[in-house]
Design a protein. Structure first.
Length: 116
């Protein structure tokens, strides 16, 4: 399960951000997962639930945002968000498309307590 190693890397990155910002605690971590990322959201949540308590004292919430795939048609230049992994332009029907979003597993936000 490569999700476990991805979550471990994510938690390491979160800890580095906590230290850089002199935060006393971290409350929430928000990530984006696209349909072409090769990452299963349920397995990410499971790995997070297992690994986060080992690294952080306070309860930590994982907010997973599932994003849609976005394509640009090479024929008509139309840009569209598409359902699932559709690789066809909804405007002209061409299959000559470029994927411009949807393959990411990305840290978006970290909510932490910083002393004043």
């Amino acid at each position: 399960m490569h999700e476990k190693s991805l979550v471990q890397s994510l938690l390491t990155q979160v800890e580095q951000l906590r230290v850089q910002n002199d935060a006393t605690s971290v409350h929430r971590v928000t990530v984006e997962i696209g349909p072409l990322s090769g990452v299963e959201p349920d397995l990410v949540q499971s790995a997070f639930n297992e690994l986060a308590p080992e690294q952080f004292d306070a309860p930590l919430v994982l907010d997973i945002r599932l994003i849609r795939m976005q394509i640009r048609c090479r024929s008509c230049r139309h840009v569209a968000a598409v359902e699932g992994i559709t690789l066809k332009c909804p405007e002209c029907g061409s299959s000559k498309v470029q994927i411009i979003r949807g393959d990411e597993f990305r840290l978006i936000d970290v909510s932490m307590q910083v002393p004043v």
